[in-house]
Design a protein. Structure first.
Ligand code: FES
Length: 156
């Protein structure tokens, strides 16, 4: 798998090698290809472009768009916008972290769930809200979280 991803990364670098501002374009393509920026791929890009690895991580951490961890099959977005926050989304987030044993910005060890916080999901009337792969769950209570998660766990 690692060899395949390095091969893929090399062809992405070759595509952008002589273009200006290519680092960002390369990182975008890598994330499109793998869903995140694997560390071994970042190292290979650093060698191929002769750019310090620290510089690559500077860019990766500056733009929130880039993900450093492999995303789970189910991406859970917990809304931390004002309406949701005031109606209890921090409690929903804590419940998710407890049930899944994972922190925000990380994926569960079985690769199923990834948790992230977002600013507003555009349905503040249903606050507090979370989305699982884009499906909205609103008017959430702490007790709803376990049912929602178990539904997805069963599907695997
Ligand atoms: S603040 Fe949560 S949906 Fe808008």
């Amino acid at each position: 798998m690692e060899a395949v991803s390095l091969e893929r990364a090399e062809s992405i670098v070759a595509k952008w090698k002589n273009k200006k501002g290519n680092l960002i374009m390369i990182l975008h393509d890598v994330q499109d290809a793998f869903g995140y920026i694997p560390e071994h791929v970042a190292r290979r890009i650093s060698r191929l472009l002769d750019i310090p690895l620290a510089r690559i991580y500077e860019v990766l951490t500056f733009y929130h768009y880039f993900k450093l961890n492999q995303p789970g099959k189910y991406k859970i977005a917990v809304c931390m916008g004002t309406a949701c926050y005031l109606k209890g989304s921090p409690e929903i987030l804590e419940e998710l972290k407890t049930i899944l044993h994972v922190e925000e910005g990380a994926t569960t060890s079985d690769g199923l769930f990834y948790i992230e916080c977002v600013r507003c999901l555009g349905c503040c009337g249903l606050a507090p809200v979370m989305a699982v792969n884009g499906t909205i769950y609103g008017n959430l209570k702490k007790g709803d979280v376990v049912d929602i998660i178990s539904r997805y766990s069963k599907e695997g």
